[in-house]
Design a protein around this ligand. Structure first.
Ligand code: TXA
Ligand code: MG
Length: 350
């Protein structure tokens, strides 16, 4: 069953959300929208149901899932305690795109499969109305990774992920193109410091208003497969199209444009084809024959990036060159995804 609506309150069909919630209660998995990306959800307290998520995604069992709640009573049922900084973060940023890692209450409540055996649990309260109502009607916390087969970019619209999940899920709630486009910010508070494990729409700069922030070294660094990392999801191949991709960035746009054109020229001399993904304001400066608009602002780039990355393989080009966007504000989240999409093949020009 697929139902289609936009995120507008007045167009939400309560009956369809209730049907989807019923599937969650019955231990089935459901595709649903959140403000960040689509989620593949199941009752977080039902190990058998959560197992279906891992199977449908082809996800490694050592990669924990985020548990989604719709109110603070639900949160208190699953976490051992809520620290002072965490309380401030909740007050400031929930509901919204911030996942907080808490000590897990008990294996009897949130089973090991959901947290990949960790004694912590990542929780967020989504602001998307369909997601909130789904959790509310299901009456249980919903474990949900991003809706994509492992390795692929996260789904930001149903059209992009239908093929991957059709027939594998009990219900699809279509909420249109998501608002944000990159997954939630993931943090853990340790000794009064906020450790930023995955950057997202809630930025480092915003978190610094609450407490000292330390960016995990893996956010912009390469992760070796054998490493033990704070956020296990970071060690897997992620977001990368099959076509070779490269990111080029300079704080000075002209230097970036010149470098990109230099590479395009070289490739053209070798009879190779290049697709450029660039900001709207720079596109007409590139000499490539294929150019795609990533958007003008950082918000637009974040929203568009995954759906664009999903389409590049259809173009049959030899190289995709992607403009970098720097590390300020939402730029850090976009850069974190882009360097993975490029499999760490990037150049930053001073
Ligand atoms: O925006 C989002 O967060 C989306 C939507 C659906 O809510 N979900 C999402 O889930 O991106 P997923 O599974 O694709 O990414 C979750 C990330 C992974 O990198 C995982 O390792 C990390 O969060 N994570 C989850 N629980 C954790 C925990 N207890 N400790 C450390 N990292 C955790
Ligand atoms: Mg994911």
């Amino acid at each position: 069953m697929i139902s289609k609506y936009s995120n507008q309150t007045e167009q939400i069909n309560e009956e369809e959300i209730k049907e989807a919630a019923q599937k969650i209660k019955e231990g089935e998995i459901v595709l649903f929208p959140t403000e960040t990306v689509y989620g593949l959800g199941a009752n977080a307290m039902n190990a058998e149901a959560v197992k279906k998520i891992f199977e449908a995604k082809g996800r490694a069992s050592d990669n924990p899932l985020i548990v989604h709640v719709s109110n603070l009573i639900m949160l208190k049922q699953i976490v051992e305690n809520i620290g002072e900084i965490e309380q401030k973060l909740i007050q400031t940023f929930w509901p919204g795109p911030l996942t907080i890692i808490f000590p897990r209450k008990s294996e009897q409540i949130i089973p090991n499969i959901t947290t990949a055996g960790l004694d912590t649990v990542g929780v967020r309260m989504p602001s998307n109305l369909i997601a909130q109502k789904l959790i509310e009607y299901a009456g249980v916390p919903i474990a949900a990774p991003s809706a994509n087969v492992s390795g692929k970019p996260s789904g930001t619209k149903i059209e992009d992920i239908l093929q991957e999940f059709d027939g594998k899920v009990a219900y699809i709630l279509d909420g249109g193109f998501v608002d944000i486009g990159v997954e939630s910010t993931v943090i853990q508070v340790k000794k009064n410091t906020i450790h930023l494990l995955r950057p997202g729409k809630i930025t480092k700069e915003q978190l610094e208003q609450i407490a000292k922030v330390e960016v995990d070294s893996h956010v912009l660094g390469k992760v070796e497969k054998t490493e033990v990392v704070a956020s296990p999801g970071m060690k897997y191949r992620h977001y990368a199209p099959n076509t070779k991709c490269m990111m080029i960035y300079s704080k000075e746009p002209q230097k970036m444009i010149d470098k990109i054109n230099e590479i395009i020229r070289k490739k053209q001399d070798e009879n190779q084809t290049v697709l450029v993904l660039g900001r709207k304001q720079h596109l007409n400066k590139y000499i490539a024959n294929k150019k795609w608009n990533m958007g003008e602002t950082l918000d637009e780039v974040a929203k568009n990036i995954f759906t664009l990355l999903r389409q590049v393989d259809k173009e049959n080009v030899d190289l995709v060159i992607i403009e970098g966007v720097g590390q300020q504000k939402l730029g850090l989240a976009i850069t974190n995804r882009l360097i993975r999409a490029c499999e760490y093949n990037y150049i930053v020009i001073e």
